[in-house]
Design a protein around this ligand. Sequence first.
Ligand code: LR7
Ligand code: MN
Length: 583
Amino acid sequence: MRITNIRRGRIFRICLCLLIILPVLYLLFTWSENQRNSLPEVRGKHAALKRQRTERPELIVGFGNFEPPNDDQREGPGEYGEAFHLPSEENFKGESSEMEYGMNVYASNKIAMDRAVKDTRLDECKHWNYPHDLPKTSVIIVFHNEGLSVLMRTVHSVINRSPKHVLQEVLLVDDFSEKEDLKEKLEEEVKSFNGLVRLVRNDERGGLIRTRSRGAQEARGEVIVFLDAHCEVNKNWLPPLLAPIYRDRTTMTVPIIDGIDHKTFEYRPVYSGGHHYRGIFEWGMLYKENEVPKRELKRREHNSEPYKSPTHAGGLFAMDRKYFLELGAYDSGLLVWGGENFELSFKIWQCGGSIEWVPCSRVGHVYRGFMPYNFGKLGEKKKGPLITINYKRVIETWFDEKYKEYFYTREPLARFLDMGDITGQLELKERLQCKSFQWYMDNVAYDVFDKFPQLPANLFWGELKSVATDTCLDAMGHAPPSIMGLQHCHGHGNNQLMRLNAAGQLGVGERCVEADKQGIKLAVCRLGTVDGPWHYDEKTKHLLHRANNKCMAQNPSTRQLSLAHCDVNDGYQQWEFKEIKPK
Ligand code: LR7
Ligand code: MN
């Protein structure tokens, strides 16, 4: 009896257990299935990728979650991307290194070369799987007079956070640096990587654009990735950049660029919350970022998927090496710095390729306080502002006539600059049978006009000179919102180059001149508009603010600018647009 009872009890308990365990197991199983099904997958545009995924699942699973080995339990200055503040007695040294490098290299010297940074990716990114046989990659870093520790932290982060079998090499290209510790000391560092890091040096200053093209020539990997010399790549940054190129070799991919503080080296996510931005431009060819239009977002299934972008900031991107060279690398007529991002972007899009920004690939970049280097002999040889000359080469090659006018309206002096010979560029465009700029605007950069509509022609432009005091309206180099001033007329344009367009907008550079009770102000132009309140009367020389029905005037005693009741007899209300000749 007792035995039977015990046995019965045991059977009962086992049944009870099974009753509880089985549903739990079932729930667990279906949950994990659901989990797996809900994981975002690399879009199966190409069958090859899908086939491969099913054939070799064990290699792929987990690879997407590739984590660097050394990111746990670290202690020390700047770890996990925290801000590092020097002790106050060393501030002086920090500041003087900032003057030299545009960033606090003295502080950087105290932060570990292989510090951890916080993972700034969207959570979804941890679940993507990438093919195992991604193309071998050369990471190319060009540099001119950079801080050694900052450069080496870039190198360490690449080596520690890239899958070994994908990283062909890190190629350092020295653009004729003069700093002592970038000589033997750097060579010692390079040696310690046993051939994985290579160093080549220019024997004259090439500027970053030509130096990058040289890097691409020298590289041995199938794909090249360019980084500035003051970056830190984040977790699993490389596979997501390579996957779209693996599917289509004419895709350029761009990581999302986080910020690293130039004083404290704090690593900060550029944005969070799943919002996406992409690269556009205004008509003076200043680079801008804009929220990705719904039309593009909707094309994708998951918010962490790559999206198409008209252009990019310039410094950080991946491309098939041969494709880069087939496109002629960068236009070799571009000098030192600037505009090369547009040149390559227009070329890629118009000649059949595409640009994708990749949310799951994050790279930190130190935004400097100022540019610590000059443009060397290359800058001196060319008359006129070198960056504008670069822009002119690019727009004269890639823009249609109508769009060229927008550029010259926004940058009137550019019309007179000598851009050199672009026949080679035009031949390339012909040979590759590239599409028109109109096609690019309609199909790729269709959000540009929302923010920067077509520009009405300038009715007047030049220096705006006060008849009474012979001084010129000047933006004073201040950031908006700020008060406009009057300065000695210098004839160089820049902060004194005013443009009044046919819709009444008075502009200086990318900014607008506005007026209220406090005076005449430099303001951010309202996005999406090109009109304004101003009217210039050549006879009375009045600059009328139509909304207030008042005239721009200078106070004879304080010399300050304001709006006043229009008075034809008041010399302090008379203005002349004076021609500026390019120097
Ligand atoms: O003559 C030079 N030779 C060089 O080798 C001048 C610079 N360089 C090196 C320099 O050491 C650095 O490694 O070139 C790299 C880029 O120069 P930066 O860091 O002074 O440029 P930047 O970050 O101010 O400017 C942005 O725009 C440039 C326009 O030509 C380049 O495209 C930069 O790569 C680009 N940087 C980025 O896109 C980083 C993120 C966004 C920004 C700004
Ligand atoms: Mn940079």
